[in-house]
Design a binder for this molecule. Sequence first.
Ligand code: SAM
Length: 250
Amino acid sequence: RSGLYIVSTPIGNLGDLSSRALKTLKQADLIACEDTRVTAKLLTAYGVKSRLIAYHEHNGDLQRPKIMDAMDRGEIVALVSDAGTPLISDPGYKLVHEAQEEGYYVTACPGPSAMIMALTLSGMPTDRFLFAGFPPNKSGARQSFYESVKDNQATLVFYESARRLTESLKDAEQILGSRQAAVCRELTKKFEEVKRGPLNELIAYYEEVGNPKGEVVLVIDRAAAQSKAEQIGLDSETLLTKALTYLSVK
Ligand code: SAM
């Protein structure tokens, strides 16, 4: 069926391409991808010969009409990113929006995403989480960014550059306190590693061994839940006096 197919691709292990994703890529008349060289490697490994078009942050406005034209001609268009799920800290949102507005069939072949894998390996609650993408590069902005998620009652998930990891952990600790965290690195690849511990211990560790190599997802626990008394600003003594007064009145 003609339309736009958002296709997730592996984040490191080629075996993670689903059979439906592969079938869709083979059937696609056109594959919109971030970097044609990166996607060509994946397609070569799987014997896919579909036509490629580069679609990224800097050429989106120029390329989108061409992709829309393809759908207009009744073609099957697949959207992929360099790795993982398109639109997750990757391009695609405007294309999906426009295709939907124009009434084209839009669907997805779901699959790998580093943030979901990291969350599931973090050992932290997954009932509620906040994926906040990449923290800013500079310390000041990064601290404000951590400040903005400080009181969120959700497990916090970030994409962070490995070479800024220690600096970022330090800013996180300064703003969020020494919460439990997990550094999930090189997921699905040969040197996959999940390092868990309170932020201060992770900082000490990376200060000693140096920033790691590769790709990193940082997961940080939510703020400790406040007791009812803390929420309404009462200390335990006042609370006890109130309870005793209530009981004696009864
Ligand atoms: N769309 C992708 C996804 O669904 O995972 C994410 C794209 S984003 C531009 C790239 C970032 O994802 C990396 O900087 C890193 O934080 C994270 N990432 C991607 N692959 C990873 C992997 N194999 N292990 C750990 N983190 C990864």
